[in-house]
Every structure is written in C-alpha cells, then in structure tokens.
Design a binder for this molecule. Structure first.
Ligand SMILES: NC(=O)c1ccc[n+]([C@@H]2O[C@H](COP(=O)([O-])OP(=O)(O)OC[C@H]3O[C@@H](n4cnc5c(N)ncnc54)[C@H](OP(=O)(O)O)[C@@H]3O)[C@@H](O)[C@H]2O)c1
Length: 243
C-alpha cells in the first residue's frame, strides 16, 4: 500500500523519527527526512540502499515558512504527499516554579505549533488528492501530566486536541489523522534521565522494559496503511497508562 508513496517525517535525524523513516522506506515509500541540526547522512544511505528515494531537508518546523518549504520540497521532488508524520519534538523539563517563559514557549512552539504548521501546509495537497494520512507524535504524559514537564505535557495534550479536530475536519476528504502516545522509548531524549529516574519509571511499566523506536515505527506504518482508523490516540507504553 505504501509502495511509491511520498512520506514526510519531521525530526527524523535520530530516535523515533529515524526508525519511522526507515520503516516506511522498507514498505517501498519515498521519504523526506526532515532535521533541524543533525544531518542524517547515514539514514539517507540506508534508505537509498533499500531502492527507494530519500531526501534530507533541513527545516525548523516551528517556523511557518520553513514548514511550508518542507512540504513544497516533497511535492516538487516526489509529486505528492501521502503520509505526514509529525514527530519533531523537544523537552525543556523543570518544575513550573523554575520554568521560564522561554522554556514554556519554545516547547509549545516546536511540539504543538510545529505540528499545526505542517498539517496546515500538507493538508492543502492531501485535500486536492482526496487522500492522506497524518500521524502526530503525542505522549502518555499528554494524558496524565507529569511533574517537571508542564510545558511538554501541555504540548502533547494539545497534539491530541489537534488530532481530533483534524480527523473531524478532514474525514470527508479521505484523510485520516491519528496520534501515537509513546511511554518511555529508548532514545537520546530519554538517555539524559538519571538511572534512579529510569528505575522509578520502570517500576510503573507492567511489561517491565522500555520501548524501542522500531516498535513505535511499526505502529506508525500500521496507522498509515489502515484506512478505517481515524481520530484515535494509540498508547504504546508497555501498559504504563491504561484507559
Ligand atoms: N523517547 C520517548 O520516550 C518519547 C516518549 C513520548 C513521546 N516522544 C515523542 O516522540 C518524538 C521523537 O522523540 P525522540 O525520543 O526520538 O527524540 P530525539 O531523539 O530527541 O529526536 C528528536 C528529533 O526532533 C528533531 N527536532 C527537534 N526540534 C525540531 C524542529 N524545531 N524542527 C525540526 N526537527 C526538530 C531533532 O532534530 P535535530 O537533532 O536535528 O535537532 C530530532 O531529530 C518527540 O515528539 C517526542 O516528544 C518520545
């Protein structure tokens, strides 16, 4: 189903985004690999080795115009945009009493406004094509909140509202929109946590292990391929949050 389709993955230079880009490429899709600072040279080679096309595009998704040129590049190079994975995200963790206005704004701007920017520009083409799949990376903390993550949790809760709204607005146009809410996945983002914090998190994971980026990537592919799932938030967290 994904053969020769055009997929944009934001924040694909490492971690979950990297695995998502590779998983879609394995299904035969051509990939726009977006990054902000770390050039994804190895990933581009790996994707090309699979016999599909890969294009590295530097863009800050929190910037409305850069998000537009990222979408335009996909259309110009691959002729269409079938799947958008809004994965780019940052953390700036601290308690509210120590959190600066800048810490709050920058996380909201990247994680939430970045996804809006991309949906705004990409949907124009998906509506014309009467098909498309949008997958937004939320987090279980968007459902539960978390100490020291007011900015991040608010951005991820916002992603869920954005997902529901987009799903309702675009359903009649053949476009699905879903969110993935990972728990603790082993990436650079979680590597910075201390061993004692990691142990505490592990205690609350029924499956007693952290997740791998590839497991999230396979869920993203499943959501893109399935044309009867929309407006859903899929937890992938080893049972951490059951709702
Ligand atoms: N890891 C987890 O346990 C976990 C749990 C729940 C949700 N998530 C979510 O999953 C997504 C990926 O997380 P991860 O753990 O893979 O993080 P990561 O390893 O830190 O990777 C984040 C990616 O986002 C990119 N990025 C950051 N700001 C950007 C911007 N303004 N424009 C474009 N790209 C930008 C980074 O690019 P550069 O390196 O080039 O700056 C990087 O490729 C995030 O949305 C995160 O919130 C992760």
């Amino acid at each position: 189903m994904l053969k020769d389709k055009a997929v944009v993955v934001t924040g694909a230079s490492k971690g979950i985004g990297n695995a998502v880009a590779l998983e879609f490429a394995k299904k035969g899709a051509n990939i726009v690999v977006n990054y902000r600072s770390s050039e994804p040279t190895k990933l581009i080679e790996e994707i090309n080795a699979l016999g599909v096309k890969a294009l590295a595009v530097k863009a800050d998704v929190s910037d409305f115009e850069q998000a537009k040129s990222l979408v335009d590049t996909c259309i110009n190079e691959f002729g269409n945009l079938d799947v958008l994975v809004n994965n780019a995200g940052i953390t700036k963790d601290t308690l509210i009493m120590r959190m600066s206005e800048e810490d709050f704004d920058s996380v909201i701007k990247t994680n939430l406004k970045g996804a809006f920017n991309m949906i705004k520009h990409a949907s124009k083409f998906m509506i014309k094509a009467k098909r498309g799949s949008i997958i937004n990376m939320s987090s279980v903390v968007g459902l539960t909140g978390n100490m020291g993550q007011a900015n991040y949790a608010a951005s991820k809760a916002g992603i869920i509202g954005l997902t529901y709204s987009a799903a309702k607005e675009f359903a009649l146009r053949g476009i699905t929109c879903n969110a993935i809410a990972p728990g603790f996945i082993k990436t650079d983002m979680t590597d910075v946590l201390s061993d004692s914090v990691k142990e505490k998190i592990l205690e609350n994971i029924p499956l007693k292990r952290f997740g791998q980026p590839e497991e999230v990537a396979r869920l993203a592919v499943f959501l893109a391929e399935n044309r009867y799932i929309t407006g859903q938030v899929m937890n992938i967290d080893g049972g951490m949050v059951m709702n």
